[in-house]
Design a protein. Structure first.
Length: 117
């Protein structure tokens, strides 16, 4: 009986792949892998669309390389039919860039987010 319950629970929980591909905020590699899987895109096909090597893309997906610069994320996102801001790291960098242009907001954001936990 316990086995049946565990199987039902496992089936009803959303998979990592489907959650990552539906626009929720996921780490770059996880979201990219899910989208590639959903679209049936291989590393080689993605490499052809982006001009990046299949090996490099594989390293990105598995976290063996740092998340690339925003223009590379934008290229990859376009190739897999996503918006670049679907990737958490892209949004974090955009926020950081915006804060760099408005230093008066840094203290407010710090207090609101970090200290206001």
């Amino acid at each position: 009986m316990a086995r049946k319950t565990a199987a039902v629970t496992k089936k009803s929980a959303p998979s990592k792949r489907s959650a990552a591909s539906n626009g929720s905020s996921r780490p770059f590699g996880v979201a990219l892998e899910a989208r590639m899987h959903d679209k049936g895109i291989s590393y080689r096909a993605l490499a052809e669309k982006t001009g990046l090597s299949a090996g490099y893309l594989n390293h990105l997906v598995h976290g063996n390389r740092p998340v690339p610069a925003n223009p590379v994320i934008q290229s990859i996102a376009k190739a897999v039919g996503m918006k670049a801001d679907s990737f958490r790291e892209f949004r974090i960098r955009k926020v950081s860039e915006a804060l760099a242009k408005k230093p008066e907001l840094v203290d407010k954001v710090y207090v609101d987010i970090v200290k206001g936990k």
